[in-house]
Design a protein around this ligand. Structure first.
Ligand SMILES: Cc1ncc(COP(=O)(O)O)c(C=O)c1O
Length: 208
């Protein structure tokens, strides 16, 4: 986690060079491509389509997780293969979901507004954590904030949170490398996030 850094365009260039030399595909999960704050992240497709595909979803950009809708774009050879393969496996997306998805993909301004909402919530939490001296790690983009668990034990810290009605994810639940870290998901409303910070005051006040 300490070694965390944002993906750079040259990272994609390097891996694609190898893919094109040795003949493998690179699939880039770009689910959070629109949930950024300082600058939009690079896409693998900026390096040409050959051997590359990008996966996108409405789950993050539009908070339409339940629609199970997204798209894959990239090397026409792979897209053609998927076009032949896909009708034979799984189930077709219902028409009304397809219509909702078309409307959502056609509407970029709502994704901008969504990003602004996440930015506002993020500001609240980052300022609050800085005031408490809690160390945020990585977290340049997406609606998650990762921080070092105060006291060092992520599960013990999340237990304390739950006593004041707050839920965050202990990093160790996501793998050994997450031990000692806590992940906040800024998915409630702005008002609920403000309320969460008030409860944090109650929790830390009760402890001190
Ligand atoms: C990095 C990443 N990729 C993909 C997904 C899943 O996207 P979808 O809801 O379209 O399956 C998620 C969401 O959980 C995610 O965090």
């Amino acid at each position: 986690m300490g070694a965390h850094r944002a993906l750079k365009p040259e990272d994609y260039r390097r891996v694609l060079e190898r893919a094109r030399t040795h003949g493998f595909w690179v699939a880039s999960d770009e689910a959070y491509a629109e949930v950024w704050f300082d600058a939009p992240p690079p896409s693998i497709l900026e390096n040409g389509l050959e051997n590359a595909v990008a996966l996108h979803t409405l789950s993050k950009r539009s908070a339409m997780t339940g629609y199970r809708s997204g798209f894959i774009a990239g090397d026409p050879r792979l897209i053609e293969g998927l076009r032949r393969f896909r009708p034979n496996v799984g189930v077709a997306t219902p028409d009304f979901v397809q219509r909702a998805a078309i409307a959502a993909w056609d509407d970029d301004p709502h994704a901008d507004r969504q990003r602004e909402r996440y930015a506002a919530k993020r500001r609240l939490f980052l300022d609050d954590f800085a005031r408490r001296g809690w160390a945020v790690e990585g977290s340049q983009a997406t609606f998650y904030i990762w921080m070092k668990a105060p006291g060092g034990d992520d599960v013990a810290f999340v237990r304390r949170l739950m006593r004041v009605g707050l839920v965050a994810t202990p990093g160790s639940f996501l793998g050994a490398a997450g031990g000692g870290f806590v992940r906040w998901a800024l998915v409630p409303t702005v008002d609920e996030c403000r309320e969460a910070l008030t409860r944090l005051d109650a929790m830390t006040g009760a402890q001190s």
